[in-house]
Design a protein around this ligand. Structure first.
Ligand SMILES: [Ca+2]
Ligand SMILES: [Ca+2]
Ligand SMILES: [Ca+2]
Ligand SMILES: [Ca+2]
Length: 495
């Protein structure tokens, strides 16, 4: 049987229940007490989370915006750079075409083609190629052969450079001569070593015009003048006075110090004007020479006899009438000689004045065409001299200042050369085109025969690309040698 509930038990049970309820309530209250603060923290955490998320989103947006802007700038720069590159490639392909299709009757064909393609465009940008010569801006690449190669410049020519002194001229000689014996006021290895400069003279040919700045006393401001980046073109900082380097005269013209007269990059033109290998007069036979130049047997014999002389030079063939070259005495020679060493006598349309002279000794002077072919199709260069590695000044592009001030040509003669090259649409086809000008003495022709010619091997292309959309710019400066095909890149700069 189940024991009956007693009141005491009932009361205890009630008490226990109450107690249990109290405890349960207390726990509940404690739980509630505990629960209430946690709810606040979560709310704050949510607000924080939203705030942080907003900051992250905003920051990401800013970054994304910046990256997009940077991306657009990068694309603009790439577009500008490749537009500049397209200009360079266009110039090179024109040179290649002219190498494959030479025109001996037009000395300016290449120059004109380069000029007419100096400005062009691709899908996303444009290019612009220009340069300064003689205070004037020209379209197209800079003809390095318009300048004198420093590796063959004489003491007299170097002394004509603005601001130069004898000690600097001597130091230039020391830099390029093979020995370590200083010239009178020069500087060899000891000089540079004692000053801790960390380099010594090359004792060989200058390889770039900027190398000249390493020579004692050849300061950058003398070499570069206003052309601070040596690109042959007038940049904004080179035409704004003292506002930015360099200090220039802001006259809209580029005065480029020694660098407007000198180059170190030109190479000899090995091919003839017609594109064939040149005929070496020291090895040629009479038939070859007659076929190539159209001279008669007597003339060919005279030239080949002269070519056997140890110091025979093309400059002599240019400056001395053929009848005098090998010492033969003819009336033709008398005609030239009587002109007081004026070359005009020889080139009077090739008419032998010796018509009345004894036939046995007559050597007809070369006419203009024959002389042109000897100068342009044959060679007589001594490969043992440093001249072998240096190009000549192209009289079709040389500046008036170079001819008059540095090469020291007679003013009247220099001006008549410039007038003639302007008056001939084909330009000067050979040095034979300047032998009949007023002032063309043997002495003047000898100077020109040694340093000048009418063709070019090396060009400096300064191509500035511009993106069509943003106007961003990029420049490429390339020195190219077109004396052989394929055209060779001597120097490449992206300033
Ligand atoms: Ca030396
Ligand atoms: Ca410049
Ligand atoms: Ca300036
Ligand atoms: Ca200026």
């Amino acid at each position: 049987m189940i024991a009956p509930h007693t009141r005491t038990e009932m009361w205890r049970n009630v008490h226990d229940r109450n107690k249990h309820a109290e405890i349960s309530n207390a726990r509940h209250v404690r739980a509630l007490k505990h629960y209430a603060p946690r709810k606040g923290v979560v709310t704050i955490m949510v607000i924080w989370a939203i705030a942080i998320a907003s900051i992250v989103v905003a920051a990401t947006q800013i970054l994304a915006f910046r990256e997009a802007t940077l991306g657009r700038e990068c694309i603009s720069r790439v577009q500008a750079r490749w537009a500049a590159r397209a200009g360079v490639e266009t110039m090179i392909s024109i040179m290649e075409w002219h190498n494959a299709n030479p025109d001996p009757d037009d000395a300016l064909a290449l120059t004109r083609d380069l000029e007419s393609n100096a400005f062009g465009e691709v899908e996303t940008g444009t290019w612009d190629i220009r340069h300064f010569i003689d205070g004037q801006e020209w379209a197209g690449p800079m003809d390095e052969n318009s300048k004198l190669n420093i590796n063959v410049a004489t003491r007299m020519q170097l002394l004509e450079l603005p601001n130069i002194t004898q000690d600097v001229v001597d130091s230039i000689y020391d830099w390029r001569d093979a020995d370590n014996e200083p010239q009178q006021l020069g500087a060899e290895a000891d000089f540079y070593r004692n000053r801790g400069l960390g380099y010594e003279p090359r004792n060989g040919n200058f390889r770039s015009i900027a190398e000249l700045e390493l020579v004692a006393g050849a300061w950058p401001q003398y070499l570069r003048g206003e052309d601070w980046n040596l690109n042959g073109r007038l940049d904004p900082n080179e035409d704004d006075g003292k506002r930015t380097m360099p200090d220039d005269n802001a006259n809209g013209k580029l005065e480029a110090g020694w660098s407007q007269y000198l180059t170190a990059s030109t190479r000899p033109v090995t091919k003839s004007a017609s594109g064939q290998p040149r005929l070496d007069l020291r090895k040629a036979n009479s038939e070859e020479l007659m076929t190539r130049t159209g001279m008669d047997a007597t003339q060919a014999a005279a030239i080949l006899t002269y070519a056997k002389v140890g110091n025979a030079r093309m400059a002599q063939i240019l400056s001395v009438p053929l009848s005098q070259l090998t010492g033969s005495r003819t009336a033709g020679a008398t005609g030239a000689g009587a002109a007081g060493a004026n070359r005009t006598g020889r080139s009077s349309a090739g008419q032998p004045r010796g018509a009345t002279a004894p036939a046995a000794t007559t050597v007809k002077n070369l006419d203009n065409k024959q002389l042109t072919l000897v100068l342009n199709e044959c060679s007589l260069d001594d490969t043992r001299t440093s001249q072998a590695n240096a190009g000549k000044v192209n009289l079709n592009t040389a500046s008036r200042a170079l001819l008059r001030d540095i090469l020291q040509l007679d003013t009247r003669y220099a001006d008549s050369i410039l007038s003639r090259r302007i008056s001939k649409q084909s330009g000067l086809l050979s040095l034979a085109d300047i032998v009949d000008l007023p002032g063309a003495t043997q002495e003047q022709l000898l100077i020109l025969g040694q340093v000048a010619d009418v063709t070019s091997s090396v060009y400096m292309i300064s191509s500035r690309g511009r993106a069509t959309t943003s106007g961003a710019e990029a420049e490429i400066v390339v020195m190219v040698d077109r004396s052989e095909s394929p055209v060779r890149i001597l120097e490449y700069r992206e300033p």
